[in-house]
Design a protein around this ligand. Structure first.
Ligand code: CDP
Ligand code: MG
Length: 132
């Protein structure tokens, strides 16, 4: 199915110069970037984005990490792009993320894990409307 997803290079990915590598992987897979923006989101926006995790113990640390820092948000379009990019991103736990995935190759922290990708069609629609 032709879908759109929200992808975000998190502050650690931007600081480490991984924006180009992430875009390269997305384009090499054959997906199209249909919107892209460098932003410094305020706390309110980040809290809204991660609303599903607001009662989790890591919420404060996560919002601190993303807020008022440069991130690169993008909308990516293609066949089954939501699931395929989630697979290319890899597990959030660096001890589990497989080599060859973005997190498996570049992340060594559970919180600072380089990249976000929407996990369902509903989430993608919600996240795109929040960020764009
Ligand atoms: O990002 P993903 O959908 O793979 O994972 P999540 O379970 O929805 O968690 C969202 C984000 O919260 C993760 O990507 C991590 O940055 C952060 N997190 C954390 O800091 N500590 C945890 N125990 C779980 C998640
Ligand atoms: Mg998630």
């Amino acid at each position: 199915m032709l879908e759109k997803t929200y992808i975000m290079v998190k502050p650690d990915g931007v600081k480490r110069g991984l924006v180009g590598e992430i875009i390269r992987r997305i384009e090499a897979k054959g997906y199209k970037i249909v919107d892209l923006r460098l932003m410094r989101p305020n706390r309110e926006l980040v809290e809204k984005h991660y609303d599903v995790h607001k009662d989790k113990p890591f919420f404060g640390e996560l919002v601190d990490f993303i807020s008022d820092s440069e991130v690169v948000g993008m909308v990516v379009e293609g066949e089954d792009v939501i699931t395929v990019l989630r697979n290319m991103i890899g597990d959030k736990n660096p001890a589990i993320a497989a080599s060859g995935t973005i997190r498996g190759d570049y992340a060594n922290s559970l919180t600072k894990n380089i990249i976000h990708g929407s996990d369902s069609a509903e989430t993608a629609e919600r996240e795109i409307s929040i960020w764009f």
